[in-house]
Design a protein around this ligand. Structure first.
Ligand SMILES: NC(=O)c1ccc[n+]([C@@H]2O[C@H](COP(=O)([O-])OP(=O)(O)OC[C@H]3O[C@@H](n4cnc5c(N)ncnc54)[C@H](O)[C@@H]3O)[C@@H](O)[C@H]2O)c1
Length: 424
């Protein structure tokens, strides 16, 4: 402390003698004499602060890297315009680097529609898989913009340069259990992000028609099976389900006030190639192959729905969507607009134990199983879809059974991770 005294004494002249009386800068500088030790330590401190600032990695936030217009590649507009070229619909697919988004974007492009993707590539699960899906889409001519649906200026610019006829909104914070760790990521993407996207759609000229992913989880504690669109959905068992239910109510509001044509699709446990590593069929496969014990919850069964069936349902919803009726300035609607909600399931629930025995057969490895009571973490015990409304109104007809679908998944899984190993 005594060593500091002489150093501090040099600074005395620039400290005001009384509050509110700051001496002018030239006077202060005139009186300061630089102490060699102080100067050396100040420079060292500044050097380390700058080093830390420039070398520290960006916070890996599952909510996603925020990309503003300023950080996007300079030719993103040209790439988006080219990607949007096509003979049929012009579709913005949000969550395009995700599991369902990749498959839907690919199917649209293959049949000749214009497609532009948007995804924030967040780190909720391995970003390498999202990047690999991006490369797959790029090879088909689909460009994915790396951005967040909460970025209003990016969305406004995008809707200005491309006149989207439809938006297929699949970006979301998915997963039920993760909500106990990071509840805000669900609010960020599923509520704030959805409102931000609907605002952009409402202001767009022309207004697009919107098809978006809700979830079977909205049925929550409903025990009447199979789940029908008429059943109650006011007892969510998880925050994820609550945000999807909130999305359905928000959709109603934007439809009612602004005339946006909106279709919500309640997906039931979608699985398949390029799937999601946080889902049981995926991490069971990984753990069985590694000889790691897997936990099976007693009595749990799911209406597993193969990705190709879900994709057909999404495309049918897009094709049958009527136009939005809102005005070009984003003002009041010019007439009532379409508002729909459909279950997209498989209609045949399978016990999770059966799923494991199919995987054992396909992988030719015996699983190390531990059967437990289901913990209270937001999961529900049983899902079963009634799809008669979707069948009647959009021609939805699921055809792939679990054995066939899992065989395709396992084939993809083995070749994807084998090729990854080769490149490491
Ligand atoms: N897969 C299923 O079984 C299932 C079941 C019910 C509902 N859903 C819903 O279907 C949709 C697609 O699910 P999925 O399985 O493909 O999930 P996914 O996590 O693979 O895909 C979602 C994508 O959205 C992106 N994203 C998240 N927040 C974003 C944001 N704020 N801005 C931009 N991009 C963002 C993510 O990076 C991810 O690539 C989601 O809405 C999900 O809730 C899926």
């Amino acid at each position: 402390m005594s060593q500091l005294k002489p150093i501090l004494s040099h600074l005395d002249p620039i400290i005001p003698s009384s509050t509110g009386k700051f001496k002018s800068a030239p006077y202060a500088f005139h009186r300061v004499r630089f102490h060699p030790r102080l100067t050396l330590w100040s420079f060292l401190l500044l050097f380390f602060v700058l080093l830390l600032f420039f070398c520290s990695p960006p916070a890996a936030s599952p909510a996603g890297k925020r990309r503003s217009l300023h950080t996007l590649s300079p030719n993103w507009e040209i790439k988006a315009r080219n990607s949007a070229k096509g003979g049929g619909l012009t579709v913005l697919v949000t969550g395009a680097a995700g599991f369902v988004g990749t498959h839907v974007a690919m199917a649209l492009k293959k049949r000749g529609d214009g497609v532009v993707g948007l995804d924030n590539f967040n780190s909720y699960y391995e970003t390498g898989l999202k990047k690999a899906r991006k490369s797959l889409l790029e090879r088909q001519g689909v460009f994915i913009i790396e951005g967040d649906i909460n970025d209003g200026s990016l969305l406004a610019k995008l809707f200005e340069i491309v006149h989207f006829s439809h938006v297929m909104h699949l970006a979301a914070q998915a997963g039920v259990r993760y909500a106990m760790q990071n509840p805000n990521s669900y609010i960020h993407s599923n509520i704030k992000g959805f409102v931000s996207l609907l605002e952009a759609c409402k202001n767009a000229n022309p207004q697009p028609s919107i098809v978006w992913a809700s979830s079977s989880s909205v049925y929550g504690l409903n025990s009447k099976v199979p789940f029908s669109e008429k059943d109650r959905t006011d007892q969510p068992a998880s925050l994820y389900a609550a945000t999807k239910k909130a999305g359905e109510e928000i959709a109603h509001t934007y439809n009612h006030i602004y005339g946006l044509s909106i279709t919500g699709l309640r997906f039931f446990t979608v699985y398949g190639p390029w799937g999601r590593p946080d889902m049981a069929y995926y991490f069971f496969t990984k753990d069985i192959l590694r000889g790691k014990e897997i936990k099976i919850f007693q009595g749990a069964a799911r209406d597993f729905t193969y990705i190709d069936d879900v994709v057909k349902g999404c495309l049918a919803a897009l094709d049958t969507a009527k136009k939005s009726t809102g005005s070009s300035s984003g003002g009041a609607k010019r007439g009532a607009a379409q508002l729909r909600i459909y279950n997209l399931g498989n209609t045949s629930p399978v016990p999770v134990g059966k799923l494991v025995s199919i995987l054992e057969k396909l992988l030719e490895v015996k699983a190390r199983k531990k059967v437990l009571q289901m913990p209270r973490n937001g999961d529900v015990l049983f899902t079963h879809a009634n799809v008669s409304l979707a069948r009647k109104e959009i021609g939805y007809n699921p055809t792939v059974d679990l054995e066939t679908g899992l065989a395709r998944f396992v084939k993809w899984y083995v070749s994807y991770y084998a090729s990854k190993k080769k490149t490491v």
